[in-house]
Design a protein around this ligand. Structure first.
Ligand SMILES: Nc1ncnc2c1ncn2[C@@H]1O[C@H](COP(=O)(O)OP(=O)(O)OP(=O)(O)O)[C@@H](O)[C@H]1O
Length: 516
């Protein structure tokens, strides 16, 4: 049977073997203070598999070239300059020569199965080609390197530490199967050269001068990252958590579920969160205004004001549908004119299509509590004011507006209870051709509009009842006919017409009966 661990203690400069079993020595631990190895292990060299000589002030270890069967050699915290004796250890698997005075990087014949090497805290200044050491899986090189080179062929390298060097650029790591990478305490300003390290799970970039998080976005397996003492950006923790959704540890602290939720709410908020914020903003600003007595036609909690909202992606035709509907059903509806910061298209009239206002004016109106809801779309702001609704209400009519989905989400938080009609393109090609033919949009704007169809479709699928009606709008005329039918049903006009035919009595055509 082989001995697993034998402890040797040095007494007055001599190494004494304390125990040995069945005559076979496989491991030796030596402690004490000894400047040269002298007669150490004389005659037993060929039996050693593991030798540990930490903190011995050793400078000359040439005698170890007789230890040809060594698999593990630990020599940390000595004064060794020359490791050429390792050339005689073809079975070596693990070598720890950290905290020595070695400047000649890997100055020995490569043992075929050398897997783990620790050369940290030595005097190495330049990396060299390590293609002969292709079995390396773990390498510690915390020294004074300014450039990462020579590792390209280390195709089994999973753990690499290059901490406390002078590296200012990450390069040459692309082809490695790294799972753990430590670049703590270097001179990095950017995160680059990591895009292809798809297996990376643990990354230490602490104590650098990194000022941007770009470069981290594709590291989907990254579970732990340390970025301490880098960015000064406030809330950077949330930004990192948002970028790396799989993260479990950041700066040596656990990433909590709350942080994950907060990061999403901050950087990619769901529509309801955006809408809740929008609603809260306008409510708060409105409450901050001097209270006024509203027109009696405005809503109370018991009678939510009737309103018709046409929603759908940009350019789907909802605006024209709204106008035509207000024309045909002018005894019931009037168009609710929104405010926007975008400039008028050719032929658009201020006060009719929109109230065109400057960014500053729009902002002031927010602060004055004017808006029911606002959205940001395509770099511009849009908003529906209380006044716009009130103006229509004074006529005894219901307000008909068109808006993007975000506006609907926001309005759903208010005390208004409109009918919501979704107008959705189902033939993509046709919709795209239509957008192109308007000659108003860039390709990017068209792409955005098209991509948002899914948003509408998913909202309809996942939130039954969110829209009161869904009307395909591939054919504008057909869409209008369906829409007017739906509206007539809302208004109970069909029944009235029927009734009219039968009784020849005139209907009550006020909007009071809308949407009951
Ligand atoms: N108050 C609002 N809230 C939310 N969305 C709004 C609001 N006012 C307008 N929008 C929507 O913003 C989008 C951009 O409006 P814009 O008038 O610039 O578009 P458009 O190119 O004329 O397209 P459309 O014909 O759909 O109105 C449109 O989908 C419009 O319905």
């Amino acid at each position: 049977m082989e001995v697993k661990q034998v402890t040797l203690r040095e007494r007055s400069g001599e190494v004494k073997q304390h125990s040995k079993k069945d005559g076979v020595l496989t491991a030796a631990m030596v402690s004490g203070n000894m400047s040269n190895l002298g007669r150490f292990g004389t005659g037993l060299q060929h039996l050693y598999h593991h030798l540990s000589l930490p903190s011995y002030n050793l400078s000359d270890i040439s005698v170890l070239c007789k230890y040809v069967h060594l698999q593990k050699l630990e020599l940390p915290h000595n004064k060794i300059k020359d490791l050429s004796c390792v050339s005689h250890m073809p079975y070596l698997v693990i070598l720890d020569a950290s905290h020595n005075e070695i400047s000649n990087f890997f100055g020995f014949q490569p043992p075929k199965n050398l897997k783990e090497v620790n050369f940290s805290h030595n005097r190495m200044t330049k990396m060299k080609d390590l293609s002969a050491y292709s079995s390396l899986s773990k390498l510690d090189l915390d020294n004074s390197f300014s450039e990462i080179t020579g590792l390209e062929q280390c195709c089994k390298l999973t753990h690499l530490s290059l901490a406390h060097n002078k590296i200012s650029r990450i390069s040459g790591l692309d082809s490695l199967p790294l799972t753990h990478l430590c670049l703590r305490g270097n001179q990095l300003e950017r995160i680059e050269g990591l895009e292809n390290l798809k297996s990376l799970q643990d990354l230490d970039l602490s104590l650098n001068s990194i000022n941007s998080l770009s470069g981290l976005q594709n590291l989907h397996l990254l579970g732990s990252i340390n970025l301490e003492k880098n960015l000064e950006q406030p809330d950077y923790r949330l930004a990192v958590v948002f970028l790396l959704q799989h993260l479990t540890m950041l700066d040596q602290e656990k990433v909590t579920a709350e942080e994950k939720v907060s990061s999403i709410n901050k950087y990619d908020p769901p529509l309801d969160v955006v809408a809740a914020r929008d609603h809260m903003t306008h409510l708060v600003y409105q409450l901050m205004q001097p209270q006024v007595v509203y027109d009696s036609t405005l809503p109370s909690a018991d009678s939510p004001y009737p309103m018709l909202v046409l929603t759908g992606p940009q350019g789907c035709g909802k605006r024209e549908l709204a106008h035509r509907l207000c024309q045909e059903f002018c005894e019931y509806f009037a168009y609710g004119t929104c405010h926007t910061t975008r400039g008028p298209y050719f032929g658009e009239e201020n006060g009719i299509d929109y109230h065109f206002v400057s960014e500053d004016d729009f902002q002031n109106m927010i602060h004055m509590g004017k808006f029911m809801q606002t959205v940001q779309y395509g770099g511009h702001r849009y908003g529906l004011t209380r006044d716009a609704i009130e103006e229509v209400a004074r006529e005894g009519l219901a307000c008909c507006v068109h808006m993007e989905l975000e506006g609907v989400f926001s309005l759903k938080n208010s005390y208004f209870e409109p009918r919501y009609i979704l107008l959705i393109p189902t033939q993509l090609e046709k919709y795209m051709d239509h957008l192109k033919s308007r000659d108003l949009y860039t390709q990017a704007q068209i792409d955005t509009a098209v991509s948002r169809i899914v948003l509408y479709a998913n909202t309809n699928r996942h939130r039954p009842g969110f829209f009161d009606n869904v009307i395909p709008c591939d054919d504008w005329e057909e869409a209008y006919q369906t829409l007017r039918q739906v509206v007539k049903e809302y208004l109970l006009l069909e029944e009235q017409e029927e009734g009219e035919k039968q009784n020849r009595t005139s209907p009550d055509n006020t909007s009071a009966g809308l949407f009951v």
